[in-house]
Design a protein around this ligand. Structure first.
Ligand SMILES: *[C@@H]1O[C@H](CO)[C@@H](O)[C@H](O)[C@H]1NC(C)=O
Ligand SMILES: *[C@@H]1O[C@H](CO)[C@@H](O)[C@H](O)[C@H]1NC(C)=O
Ligand SMILES: *[C@@H]1O[C@H](CO)[C@@H](O)[C@H](O)[C@H]1NC(C)=O
Ligand SMILES: *[C@@H]1O[C@H](CO)[C@@H](O)[C@H](O)[C@H]1NC(C)=O
Length: 355
């Protein structure tokens, strides 16, 4: 099946064009078969709470993945993530409360009972075809049936300081609202609370720290709960989970996503033809080796004014001029940037001639 028939309806054409583009530009190895598993954290969720639907065992060689509402309806896309361009695109049933992360997890804020139902995670391979479907049922419970549940206000929250960190830098995952009667706190790498993923724990009663199996020597847990990560690498990108245990045996679990940025390398600008006739069309493609970058376009060394004769792909990596005019002649460049750095491509000149 082609992307056009597989992915989405007319209302969501951006995904389509995007995936076609992605499959044209990439040259990935054939995917390996892996059994993707889905998990909801917490497993039981009450309306008004947040939930994380995570996907484990993602195969290596894939170009994109997407979450859908329901089991079979391909028109009900929530969000799609392209690994090649490291962008997340929203689908027709995105409610504004969902965030899709690069590891496949879907974070749904402030769930309602209407969110109850099947969620399907689909992996798209290099031919733009669906390689696997995995489904999970999410049951959102009514808050009316939950007696004496404490409000969310008292739950611990985590903030990343700074918000964006570059490779070899340091970041503090600062914890607020720790329970006053805290007994032990645990930090885990990833979204799962598993002994083998523990970074470290701190026991208030004895004022002792214990390192876990995934402690790399670069992490420090403070008595106020905060976790300091030093000399980070891009491999540190991902979720971190804090679990607190109070003296009354109440457990709270909180997640944070950390993005480690690398300085960008110079992008490469390619054009379909460098001499075009008036009224024809031309496509520029900006290729970047980096993940997590944004792209902007320059024309004659100034920001490009995108007119109605031009179209940018959803991730901005392609610029198409449909009806070329004389005034489009000149030097084009693209700039790749992330929160810590930016690099501009070498210029590409476009010549415009009459018929
Ligand atoms: C995935 O589900 C869709 C919709 O039900 C179906 O068309 C497709 O063949 C399935 N693909 C795989 C690999 O199971
Ligand atoms: C959560 O959703 C409800 C309606 O479903 C809304 O009244 C409330 O303000 C929302 N809360 C937050 C924190 O967004
Ligand atoms: C926790 O302690 C660390 C190290 O002393 C400090 O940098 C951080 O600001 C503290 N966090 C809070 C929330 O006070
Ligand atoms: C950071 O890590 C790199 C490689 O892992 C190492 O070469 C370097 O010495 C470390 N720097 C510090 C300040 O620990």
């Amino acid at each position: 099946m082609e992307v056009s028939s597989v992915l989405l309806c007319s209302g969501c054409s951006p995904w389509q064009g995007f995936l076609l583009t992605a499959s044209l530009l990439t040259c990935w190895l054939l995917p390996t078969t892996a059994q993707v598993t889905l998990k909801s954290s917490p497993p039981q969720v009450v309306e008004g709470e947040n939930v994380l639907l995570s996907a484990d065992n993602l195969p290596e060689n894939i170009i994109a993945f997407a979450w859908y509402k329901g089991e079979t309806d391909m028109n009900r896309g929530i969000a799609l993530y392209s690994l090649r361009y490291t962008v997340s695109l929203t689908g027709p049933v995105h409610s504004g409360r969902e965030t899709l992360y690069s590891d496949g997890s879907l974070w749904i804020k402030n769930v309602t009972q209407e969110d109850t139902g099947f969620y399907t995670f689909r992996i798209i391979n290099n031919h733009g075809k669906i390689q696997s479907n995995t489904t999970l049922f999410l049951h959102v419970k009514s808050s009316l049936f939950v007696c004496g549940r404490p409000s969310n206000i008292d739950e611990p929250t985590i903030e990343s300081v700074p918000v964006s960190v570059s490779e070899w830098g340091s970041v503090l995952l600062r914890v607020h609202n720790l329970p006053e009667n805290l007994r032990t706190l645990f930090w885990y790498k990833g979204v799962l609370v598993l002994k083998k993923l523990e970074i470290a724990r701190y026991r208030t009663t004895k004022n002792t720290y214990e390192l876990g199996p995934v402690h790399s020597g670069r992490e420090t847990v403070y008595s106020n709960g905060s976790l300091l990560l030093q000399n980070v690498t891009w491999k540190d990108t991902g979720f971190y989970t804090l679990r607190t245990l109070s003296t009354d045996l109440k457990v709270e679990i909180t997640h944070i996503y950390l993005q480690v940025n690398k300085p960008v390398t110079q992008p490469f600008l390619r054009v379909t033809v460098s001499t075009v006739t008036v009224q024809s069309s031309v496509v520029f493609t900006c290729l970047s080796d980096n993940t997590g970058v944004s792209i902007r376009w320059l024309f004659k060394n100034r920001n490009l004014q995108v007119t109605e004769r031009m179209t940018l792909s959803p991730s901005n990596c392609q610029l198409r001029i449909h009806v070329v005019r004389r005034e489009d002649a000149g030097q084009y460049r693209c700039e790749a940037f992330n929160p810590i750095s930016s690099k501009t491509s070498r210029p590409v000149s476009l010549a415009v001639i009459s018929e």
